[in-house]
Design a protein around this ligand. Structure first.
Ligand code: HEC
Length: 158
């Protein structure tokens, strides 16, 4: 019976402590809340500005990327694109990819026409030989870059 009383009292003290601790800071917190509400909104403005700045930075970098993309589109180097994004599979005929330089592997594809090859290279497709991932699995490539890479691959495989 005695131990119950001790536990009860301990619990009471603990509860009291938590209760006091919890409410001790309430005036301070209330004031802080009030200050931010009563202020001229500069705090809020600063927070929004920060987001706005990031957004602006994003927009700027997007604009730069677009610029870079459009400048590269003017002079796309198909060989470079091929070497960076396509050679992994098409260089050695990995995973069923028609090997560049192997005319037999390309003759039917070339016969199907450039538009078919462009579309298959850009969108990707599953053929009888394997899976060609869209843009070689590199979605940052522009359509023009992929087309230039196809042109390069075809020119080396006739
Ligand atoms: C992960 C491996 C892989 C990568 C990377 C890859 N390809 Fe392919 N590609 C394939 C495979 C496999 C096929 C053959 C699919 C089939 O015919 O079954 C193929 C087929 C093609 C074809 C023939 C399309 C047709 O109509 O027959 C072209 C063109 C092509 N790839 C272009 C590219 C270009 C351009 C890149 C780089 C931007 C690239 N590939 C990167 C695996 C790859």
């Amino acid at each position: 019976m005695k131990s119950y009383l001790i536990i009860f009292h301990l619990a009471l003290v603990l509860f009291g402590f938590i209760f006091v601790e919890h409410h001790l800071d309430t005036p301070g917190r209330a004031q802080a809340d009030r200050e931010s509400l009563m202020s001229d909104g500069s705090g809020i403005a600063a927070r929004i500005a920060a987001v706005g700045q990031i957004k602006t930075a994003e927009a700027q970098s997007a604009a730069t990327t677009t610029q870079v993309a459009s400048t590269t589109e003017a002079a796309v180097d198909g060989q470079k694109v091929y070497q960076s994004a396509c050679i992994a599979c098409h260089g050695a005929g990995v995973a069923g990819a028609p090997m560049v330089g192997n005319a037999a592997a390309w003759v039917d594809r070339i016969a199907a026409g450039n538009e078919t090859m462009y579309a298959n290279a850009i969108n990707g497709f599953v053929g009888s030989a394997g899976v060609m991932p869209g843009k070689g699995g590199n979605p940052t490539l522009s359509d023009a870059e992929v087309k230039a890479a196809v042109d390069h691959m075809v020119s080396q495989s006739q």
